[in-house]
Design a protein around this ligand. Structure first.
Ligand code: SF4
Length: 351
């Protein structure tokens, strides 16, 4: 049974989204300028015993720099793990705010900096902690499972935190124990998880502004031109898009599918930043961005998360020069509470 019951203050969330979109940087650097920034960043990382941890959705220049400097490029679960285990004193998290918070919760002794604290996520914005807490109180018979894309305060209210790479396994495990689930915040991912596991899931009503824009019709139009192409879909996308996928899965699972499937062509419904890693691992294969609109276009993101795009060479360099105002802090009590469901996820993954 799936029920979408709660409707948060959507207009407020949209207003915040519009504000953030207005802040997306649009400056374009020459190659020589880029090289200058990269050299400075490499030196600063070394001088400050800092490591760069980047998400698959960031600009390919940032991803390449993380790799060249011994940092990591991965999904949010591996970013958290890598930062925790790395010997650096300072973590530079290139991604969105919940990723920096997660790093700080897991490694409070380290300094965690982000190129910009403006980089957030529509799922995080769409799940305010106080409203969510009331929602949990109204359904206290349910096990609260929240997606990693949430604030520390929302995580602190949860029994489990999951990423898309282990959501199915965790919900399957809880369902087998007879537990009913309260899922937040992504309704599309929650609905996908419910469908796959058959669990009793109550959904919070929020969505990713990037994945929500993918359209099944546009994808099928490309498929008609390239019938041999496999369709890879992140399950934050609407059900109609997930239904036509050859593989639905997390960023890491989609990258693995690109490597493992025999197809030479792929239509990929997730943020286009992922093409850096896919093309690196599969240089002979061809990747198409899944369309987000078509005629009747409503696209606000075009497969490019506006908040991930706020991570750039200039703010990366400047945060290394002076982290002031861009360090992540998490209140100690909140950290302790949020750590429990996060640790559950990490321990579950280790099993
Ligand atoms: S792509 Fe969607 S889920 Fe990911 S950070 Fe951006 S808004 Fe959030």
């Amino acid at each position: 049974m799936t029920v979408i019951e709660h409707v948060p203050a959507k207009e407020d969330a949209r207003e915040l989204v519009r504000d953030h979109l207005a802040n997306v940087p649009s400056s374009v650097m020459s190659e020589a300028e880029q090289e200058g920034y990269k050299a400075d960043i490499k030196r600063l990382l070394e001088e400050q015993n800092a490591v760069l941890v980047a998400h698959y959705y960031t600009d390919p220049v940032i991803q390449a720099l993380a790799e060249e400097t011994g940092g990591c490029v991965s999904d949010s679960l591996e970013m958290a793990r890598f930062g925790k285990d790395h010997k650096a004193d300072t973590l530079i998290v290139a991604g969105v705010k919940f990723m920096g918070e997660t790093a700080k919760i897991l490694t409070p002794e380290k300094r965690v900096l982000m190129p910009t604290l403006e980089a957030t996520c529509s799922l995080d914005l769409g799940c305010p902690a106080d409203e969510f807490s009331d929602f949990c109180d109204q359904h206290s018979d349910r096990t609260v499972v929240v997606y990693a894309n949430t604030s520390a305060a929302v995580k602190a209210r949860a029994d489990w935190v999951v990423t898309s790479s282990i959501a199915l396994e965790v919900v399957d495990y809880l369902d087998a124990k007879g537990e009913k689930i309260l899922w937040a915040p992504d309704k599309h991912l929650g609905s996908y998880v419910q469908k796959q596991t058959g669990a009793d899931v109550l959904l919070w009503d929020s969505a990713c502004i990037v994945h929500e824009e993918f359209k099944a019709k546009g994808i099928l139009d490309i498929k008609a031109q390239y019938p041999d192409a496999a369709i890879l879909v992140h399950p934050e996308s609407p059900e109609s898009v997930v239904d036509i996928a050859d593989v639905a899965g997390s960023t890491s699972q989609l990258i693995a599918a690109a490597q493992e499937l025999p197809n030479q062509r792929f239509i990929v419904a997730t943020d286009q930043g992922i093409f850096y890693k896919m093309q690196q691992l599969c240089p002979d294969k061809e990747f198409f961005i899944a369309p987000t609109a078509g005629t009747g276009a409503t696209c606000r993101s075009c497969a490019n998360c506006p908040w991930m795009a706020m991570n750039a060479l200039d703010n990366l360099k400047s945060v290394l020069e002076s982290g002031e105002g861009r360090e992540i802090f998490v209140d100690a009590q909140l950290r302790e509470k949020a750590m429990k469901p996060l640790q559950r996820m990490l321990d579950f993954k280790m099993k």
